[in-house]
Design a protein around this ligand. Structure first.
Ligand code: HOZ
Length: 428
């Protein structure tokens, strides 16, 4: 069933470290051979062996409207005829900036980059340059890309592979990274008190998606906002996953929370490599060439990436019912999975928010990294493979959120629920 993927993986390992260009894809934590994809349309992925899958990754978020969404594909094709890169400004970049500013609360200015990693790295540098302070607080199990400063107690692949200390990240850099458990405001208060006037920023995934999906406790984000206001700390919301996914205005809109800086990633590229960070003029004016906080990139504002993102975001802005539909589908899936799992012997937790959802095989609530990490991940592996062979593509790690796309039909969701029932029977 996976013959071609196996051959490709063997070949890939000779020229690419681990055979993949991003670690979680290697299936190392769930075992087996990663499935090599050839194409996708709507809600379905197709692999090199011709297998079809219902997709619950959506390229880790961006395929909100489904794969190969026609207006996006068309716009890319047309744009490419006029060159794939200039390394010089274009009017389209202004339109993109204006569109994002019109959709998102509290952002006056935005700078395009090429990935979420760059966005978070740059936002942190800006917060440091703006405040003149060095330390920052992040949360255990949260992932803000792979810039050195963030690879401390990080989620996603770092958690998946249980990497405690990342070689190559110097102690000097890591010492400026303070960590607290997610949803624990007392731990944050303690860090702030112990590092008085030294903390430049607090960065948080408003809805955590890199240790499965974990919701913010009521009042947690608001309490962070208050602390940041009181202590002259820049409050950074990492909306790489949640931006334009939870609502047209992202988590800021959906949760009615306001950040000083906000970061975006893959979602705003509609599947192309894009990221961005934005915020109030008072802070953003410190970025070069307006200010001295340096940040640059030849591919920043790349025309192909911009037109893909612009086309998708325009669609999301003009049709807000997409978010209601997506959420209804996700709740339907959650209820269906719940029914099936309830009848099974093992404890489980389903966390869901908007179109993000995940299952932890756990007998306690999953509210932070410790509770996510103590779930039964062996069971997750079995569930993952049982679903994969039945044609349902889930994230190959319990430390990732699932993302729904709006091309999914209720028939797909019913099939996923039915296949979960079959999978659980197989696992025993
Ligand atoms: N770290 C990414 C998800 N949180 C996975 C990236 C990928 O493999 O594409």
């Amino acid at each position: 069933m996976y013959e071609k993927s196996k051959q490709l993986f063997e070949r890939a390992q000779k020229s690419i470290p681990g055979g993949v260009n991003s670690p979680v894809r290697a299936f190392k934590s769930v075992g087996g051979t990663p499935v090599f994809m050839t194409n996708a349309k709507g809600a379905y992925l197709y692999d090199a062996d011709g297998n079809k899958y219902i997709d619950y990754i959506a390229s880790w978020g961006p395929m909100i409207l489904g794969h190969a969404y026609e207006p996006v594909v068309k716009a890319i094709q047309e744009k490419a005829l006029g060159s794939t890169s200039f390394g010089a400004p274009t009017a389209l970049e202004i339109e993109m900036a204006e569109l994002i500013i019109s959709m998102v609360p509290n952002v006056d200015m935005i700078r395009m980059v090429s990935s979420g990693t760059e966005a978070c790295m740059s936002a942190l540098r800006l917060a440091r340059g703006y405040t003149g302070k060095n330390k920052f607080i992040k949360f255990e199990g949260h992932y803000h890309g792979h810039a050195d400063s963030f690879l401390v107690k990080a989620g996603s692949g770092v958690a998946t592979f249980n990497i405690q200390t990342v070689p190559g990240v110097t102690a000097g850099v890591a010492n400026d990274t303070l960590t607290a458990p997610y949803n624990n405001i007392d731990a944050v208060k303690k860090l702030v008190a112990e590092n008085k006037n030294e903390i430049a920023a607090v960065i948080v995934e408003p809805v955590a998606g890199n240790m499965g999906c974990i919701l913010p406790a009521p009042g947690f984000l608001e309490a962070l906002r208050t602390i940041c206001d009181e202590e002259n700390i820049v409050f950074i919301l990492d909306e790489v996953m949640t931006g334009f996914r939870l609502a047209a205005g992202g988590a800021q809109q959906k949760l009615n929370i306001r950040a000083d800086l906000v970061t975006y990633g893959k979602v705003i590229g509609g599947g192309m490599p894009v990221g961005a960070f934005g915020g109030k003029v008072a802070i953003m004016q410190h970025i070069a060439p307006l200010g001295n906080v340096y940040q640059a990139g030849t591919l920043s504002g790349n025309p192909i990436a911009m037109i893909a993102g612009f086309t998708m975001l325009t669609e999301l802005k003009s049709n807000p019912s997409i978010y209601t539909e997506l959420e209804e589908k996700t709740i339907y899936l959650k209820n269906g999975l719940d029914e099936v799992l309830k009848a099974w012997a093992q404890p489980y937790v389903i966390n869901q928010f908007g179109s993000m959802i995940s299952i932890h095989f756990s007998n306690h609530a999953v509210t932070d990294f410790a509770t996510a990490a103590s779930a039964n991940n062996d069971l997750f592996k079995k569930y993952f493979h049982a679903m994969l062979k039945r044609g349902v593509y889930l994230p190959p790690s319990a430390f990732e959120s699932w993302f729904l796309n709006n091309a999914l039909t209720y028939t797909d969701l019913d099939e996923t629920i039915r296949k979960t029932k079959e999978s659980l029977q197989e696992i025993g």
